[in-house]
Design a protein around this ligand. Structure first.
Ligand SMILES: Nc1nc2c(c(=O)[nH]1)N[C@H]1C(S)=C(S)[C@@H](COP(=O)(O)O)O[C@H]1N2
Ligand SMILES: [Mo]
Length: 454
């Protein structure tokens, strides 16, 4: 087992994981970023329940008195702005947002054979991950492949083997759908104990995009698929990892599996599989084969390397579970979250993400006392099947230590488990499919820390 994360890398305490210098860097990052400060711009009128108009009314409507930011006209109010921002043809975020970045975890060894960059979930709104911040996971590095030379072959249990160019695929009727992709190893380092400080590292192998492409079933029909005998497909990538996965036909015949070329309104980014990737809604990221070059139709699972020795789950008795592909119901509070600072008591918007590989999210509950009491959060629209769902809930922080948790329930009735429940079934030596409830401790000094509550 040397796949996503080398086992044995489960670290017992944050202190042994991060050196003192690392801790300073994490805090420096937190202090630089405006959004990592949860500056309380609003002061509570009184403690207690959050009533509209009271709890988050501004403290002093005339507090602008003497404020140089109001009294002295800035250059942007008096001078001439720049011409269009598109002078290099492609817009970029504000320079003040430079700390919103993909990051490589300080705890993982990065090589060109195995690399990960985590999405900054703590800085994102809504459900769409900007393409430039989508997480990255490569088993043999990434490529920017010439689309005019890329081919997709379809073979196996079909009447005619077929080879498609990108142009031929893009002529076909297309669909666009929002879906999350989560690496099966997301939250892997937390199996044994708390290991990493921020939500970027605990949950950042997660992203959600609008994907555009052709249902794979369309291409298989064109090739004359032998539906009587076809039970599985095998998807293979064109990079050196020859990433290959078995996918049950039932997911394909439902029309959900896409051969995608579009992501958030433009072509896929090279690091996300340009020019073609498989989209397998609800299934772990590894099956979303990038640089897709071949689909074979067969009547039994292939048990390729990436499903025989990797992506299997070690159980407490030392045996392994295989073909556990569905990403089960999960959620996480992204703000406030580990590494952030609450500067004042008073009102905060608790915000987070929920998702399930089995369908839409039905409900999310939030606790601020480590799971003793729960309140139901607001689900923001859209609430889509197998996509991220944003939730929000009001909270007035009284300055005392608090433990913030979220618990999601999906449309099939599956409930996100506690660490205690997960470990009772799965033990602590697994790598994949950790969907346990995440806890963030808000300390009295306002620092937010990753903790585990049993
Ligand atoms: N061809 C190819 N496809 C691949 C991989 C890869 O290394 N090569 N990595 C897989 C894994 S493990 C994951 S989690 C997702 C990551 O997709 P992303 O890099 O677009 O986030 O792609 C999957 N598809
Ligand atoms: Mo993955």
């Amino acid at each position: 087992m040397t796949s996503e994360l080398t086992p044995g890398r489960i670290i017992k305490a944050p202190e042994s994981f991060l050196t003192q210098t690392d801790i300073k860097t994490v805090w420096a990052e937190a202090k630089q970023g405006r959004r990592n400060f949860l500056r309380n711009a609003f002061v509570t009128a009184s403690a207690g329940a959050v009533a509209a108009g009271s709890a988050y009314a501004t403290s002093n409507p005339v507090s602008g008195d003497g404020d140089p930011n109001i009294l002295q006209l800035p250059e942007h109010s008096t001078g001439l702005g720049k011409s269009v921002a598109g002078d290099d043809g492609y817009g970029k975020p504000s320079k003040y947002e430079a700390n919103v970045q993909r990051r490589q975890s300080p705890g993982l060894t990065q090589t060109n054979q195995s690399s990960v960059a985590f999405a900054p979930l703590q800085s994102l709104f809504g459900i769409v991950t900007p393409s430039g911040l989508h997480f990255e996971r490569h088993h043999q590095g990434w490529w920017d492949i010439d689309p005019s030379k890329h081919r997709l072959m379809i073979n196996g249990l079909v009447k005619n083997n077929m080879v498609f160019t990108l142009d031929e695929i893009m002529r076909l009727p297309s669909v666009s759908r929002f879906h999350f992709i989560e690496c099966g190893a997301n939250t892997a380092v937390e199996w044994g104990n708390v290991a990493v400080p921020t939500v970027q590292y605990t949950h950042g192998m997660l992203s959600c995009s609008e994907f555009t492409g052709v249902p794979l079933m369309k291409l298989l029909e064109m090739a004359g698929i032998d539906l009587k005998n076809a039970k599985f497909i095998y998807a293979e990538g064109a990079d050196g990892s020859a990433m290959s996965r078995t996918i049950p036909m039932s997911l394909v015949t439902s029309g959900e599996v896409l051969v995608a070329y579009g992501q958030n309104g433009e072509m896929l980014r090279p690091e996300n599989g340009y020019p073609l990737r498989l989209v397998v809604p609800g299934v772990q990221g590894v099956s979303w084969v990038k640089y897709l070059r071949r689909i074979e139709v067969g009547d039994k699972p292939w048990a390729s390397r990436d499903e025989a020795t990797d992506y299997i789950d070690m159980m407490p008795d030392g045996t392994y579970r295989q073909f556990t592909s569905i990403q089960e119901v999960k959620s996480v509070v992204t703000s406030p979250s580990g590494g952030q600072l609450l500067l004042d008591q008073g009102f905060y918007n608790i915000s987070g993400l929920a998702w399930s590989g089995r369908g839409p999210i039905k409900r999310v509950d939030v606790s601020v006392d480590g799971g003793r009491n729960w309140r139901t959060a607001r689900l923001e629209s859209p609430v889509l099947s197998k996509a991220l769902t944003r939730f929000n809930i009001d909270w007035v922080w009284n300055g005392k230590a608090a433990i913030i948790q979220s618990r999601a329930i999906d449309s099939t009735g599956h409930v996100q488990p506690t660490y205690q429940q997960t470990r009772a079934v799965r033990g602590t030596r697994s790598i994949y499919h950790n969907n346990s409830i995440q806890s963030w401790l808000v300390q009295e000094n306002g620092e937010v820390k990753n903790v585990q509550v049993s």
